[in-house]
Structure formats: structure tokens, C-alpha cells
Design a protein around this ligand. Structure first.
Ligand SMILES: Cc1ncc(COP(=O)(O)O)c(C=O)c1O
Length: 360
């Protein structure tokens, strides 16, 4: 894989050429023996990425589908949302739209969630589930998931539902070890597959709870996904070509090794932070909350975020703009998936050049 990477969106991310090419393979019926073989092979490798002894499952749809499915399938009434940015707010909005009695605790943008605020909320009211986002892509915040999950377990028997969309395969996510009941991730982030599939794992406890929830829909029924998965297949026609790309990427990811991949991402974050500090470019995110996969930065002095991303686009580089409330005040560098240190060197040199041109 020698293509230089110039695409630094915090999702979708750069997809290696062999994974892109895999999608041009002739199609096969999704109930055919040939597809079943591929599906079973994905199902064998996914648990290693999801860090579970249980099932690694696949939904055809973006992450939002499985966020919604989690609420439809696993929550009858009371759910607590931990909100620290646009995507955790979206999950709360989904619960409200579904008519659930959703409460939220909110932390200021750019700050990580303090597990003690979750503890306090759980002491005020009993919930069936707590839903949170591990890595808030909008603000570049990575939450202390292990500690939050521990507090939820200490205080309640609420299911722990976690969006690991932009952390899975880019930072430690220990589904079994941290006793997470549902983890879900769209494949277009650190897994570096084109968008359209979401991988997820579900605990036995969540599955059993799900069976008691009425009206779980069809496409949104996680119990049905698990039952079908155990039969060796999927609930409806899957995005077969994307499964071919996932197949290639799972080999690449497990070939690199999960710990090595996490460490590469940690170093990419550290490299970005060192470069920013040297240039006097400030993080919008609190120092103790910085994500390993996406850096959310204030634009360098003298240039607006939108102008910086536009100038970079002219030079062939794609950066993430600010998101939602931070749209005009920040820009984001997605350093996840297959990004290497050498790609960041080239990126930083180009940003330096834009800043120098602006100053002169
Ligand atoms: C953390 C997080 N959660 C959820 C989503 C929603 O994903 P999608 O739009 O693919 O459904 C995103 C998208 O960027 C995300 O970053």
C-alpha cells in the first residue's frame, strides 16, 4: 500500500486500493454458499477487532441505524444519555423521536465526561440503559469509557450502550473486559472501509433483555440480527461489495495487530499535538480529553478555519471542517485508519505553507 494519503477527514477515511478494488469483484447471491463462506470468515475475525468472545455482527446501514436499533430493541422506557457533542446529542434525539423517556446529562463541548456525574445521575433515577459516545468526532473528545462503564456497573444494572464509531480499531475498546453491552461502529472511520456497513457486538444480557422488549421493528431488531447471525447469515440483503472490502481490511487490521494499531494512532495524535504546539496552534479540546483518532484545532492566527480548509483543498488535501456549534471556530484532522506518520509530515508542511502565504 504505497499510495500517499492526502485525505484527512474524520470519516469517511482513506480506503486502500486493494480494498477499493475488492469491491469490483463479481457479485454473488447473499444466500449462496460462496457468500456464506465470506460471511462466516468475517464473523470469525470481527470479534478480534471488537474484543469479544461473543458475536461480531454486521448491519447494512450507517452507524445511525444501529444507534436507533439499540434503543428500539433494548430500551422499553427509561434511558440515560451522556451528551458531550453532536453525535451523543443525536443519540438522545433518536430516543426522544422513538418516544422513550430519555434524560441527558451534558458536559461542555471539548470536555470529557466525568464518570462521577454519571454516578450521580444513576443515583437520582433508575434506567434500563445508559447510552454514550466513546469518541466524539465532532469535538475530538475521547471519553474515559472504561471508568464510565465501571461506574454504570457499580451503580445499576443498566445496559451499557456505546458508540465506538470513531474509536474502534484506533484506540482501545475492550468490549468484554469493560463489560460493554452493545458496541457499534460504522466501518468508514478507523476500519478504513467505504461507508455503508456497521459492525457491532451485543452481550448475552442485552440479547435476553431485548427479547422482552415489544415492537422492535424488523430492520431495527437486534435480536433478529443475533438469531440470523447464529444461523450464519444476515437479516436482509447485505451490501455484498462492501463485505468484500471489509474482508480485505480485516486481514490488514489483524495483520497489523490491534495493540500495534492502537499504538500507531496514539503516536499520530502525539505527533499532531507536538506540531500544533510548535506552531502555537491550539487544541479546541481539553488537554485530558484528546482523541487518538481526530484532532480538533483552532485555526492558526490570521486565517479562518474555512479558508484554511479551502486553501488546503486547492493543494489536494482534504481536512475536516468544524462541526455543528464549532463549525466556524475549528478545523479537524482525522488521523485514523491507514494514516501514517509520513502522511502527517506532508500534511503539516502544506498547512505551514498556507499559513506562511497568508502571513506574507
Ligand atoms: C461518533 C459518531 N457517531 C455516529 C455517527 C453517525 O454516523 P453515520 O452518519 O454514518 O450514521 C458519526 C458520524 O460521523 C460519528 O462520528
Amino acid at each position: 500500500m504505497n499510495e500517499p494519503i492526502r485525505f484527512f477527514l474524520p470519516g469517511p477515511t482513506y480506503v486502500p486500493m486493494d480494498a477499493r478494488q475488492a469491491m469490483t469483484k463479481p457479485l454473488m447471491g447473499h444466500r449462496s454458499a460462496a457468500f456464506k463462506e465470506i460471511y462466516l470468515s468475517l464473523a470469525k475475525r470481527l470479534p478480534h477487532v471488537l474484543r469479544t468472545e461473543s458475536d461480531g455482527m454486521i448491519a447494512t446501514g450507517s452507524s445511525t441505524l444501529v444507534m436507533e436499533s439499540a434503543i428500539v430493541s433494548l430500551v422499553k422506557k427509561d434511558v440515560l444519555h451522556v451528551v458531550c457533542g453532536a453525535f451523543s446529542e443525536r443519540w438522545y434525539a433518536i430516543s426522544k423521536a422513538l418516544g422513550r423517556e430519555a434524560d441527558k446529562i451534558e458536559v461542555p463541548l471539548g470536555q470529557a465526561v466525568d464518570p462521577e456525574t454519571v454516578r450521580a445521575a444513576l443515583r437520582r433515577k433508575k434506567y434500563e440503559a445508559v447510552a454514550l459516545v466513546h469518541n466524539e468526532t465532532a469535538t475530538g473528545v475521547m471519553n474515559p469509557l472504561q471508568d464510565i462503564a465501571r461506574v454504570i456497573r457499580e451503580e445499576s444494572d443498566a445496559l451499557v450502550l456505546v458508540d465506538v464509531v470513531s474509536s474502534l480499531a484506533g484506540a482501545p475498546v475492550e468490549t468484554d473486559l469493560w463489560q460493554l453491552d452493545l458496541v457499534l461502529a460504522g466501518v468508514q472511520k478507523a476500519l478504513a472501509v467505504p461507508p455503508g456497513l456497521t459492525v457491532f457486538a451485543m452481550s448475552e444480557r442485552a440479547y435476553e433483555r431485548g427479547k422482552t422488549v415489544p415492537h422492535r421493528g424488523f430492520y431495527t431488531d437486534l435480536v433478529r440480527y443475533r438469531d440470523k447471525h447464529r444461523e450464519g447469515g444476515v437479516i436482509t440483503t447485505p451490501a455484498v461489495s462492501l463485505c468484500f472490502a471489509l474482508d480485505v481490511q480485516l486481514d490488514r487490521i489483524l495483520g497489523e495487530g490491534m495493540e500495534a494499531r492502537w499504538e500507531r494512532h496514539r503516536k499520530l495524535q502525539a505527533k499532531t499535538a507536538a506540531w500544533a504546539a510548535e506552531r502555537g496552534i491550539e487544541y479546541a479540546t481539553a488537554a485530558n480529553a484528546r482523541s487518538w483518532t481526530v484532532s480538533c484545532l483552532k485555526p492558526p492566527a490570521g486565517i479562518a478555519a474555512a479558508d484554511l480548509t479551502a486553501e488546503m483543498r486547492k493543494r489536494g488535501f482534504t481536512l475536516g471542517g468544524g462541526y455543528d456549534a464549532w463549525k466556524s471556530s475549528t478545523f479537524r484532522i482525522g488521523h485514523m485508519g491507514e494514516v501514517r506518520a509520513s502522511d502527517l509530515d506532508v500534511l503539516f508542511a502544506a498547512i505551514d505553507e498556507v499559513v506562511a502565504c497568508t502571513a506574507s
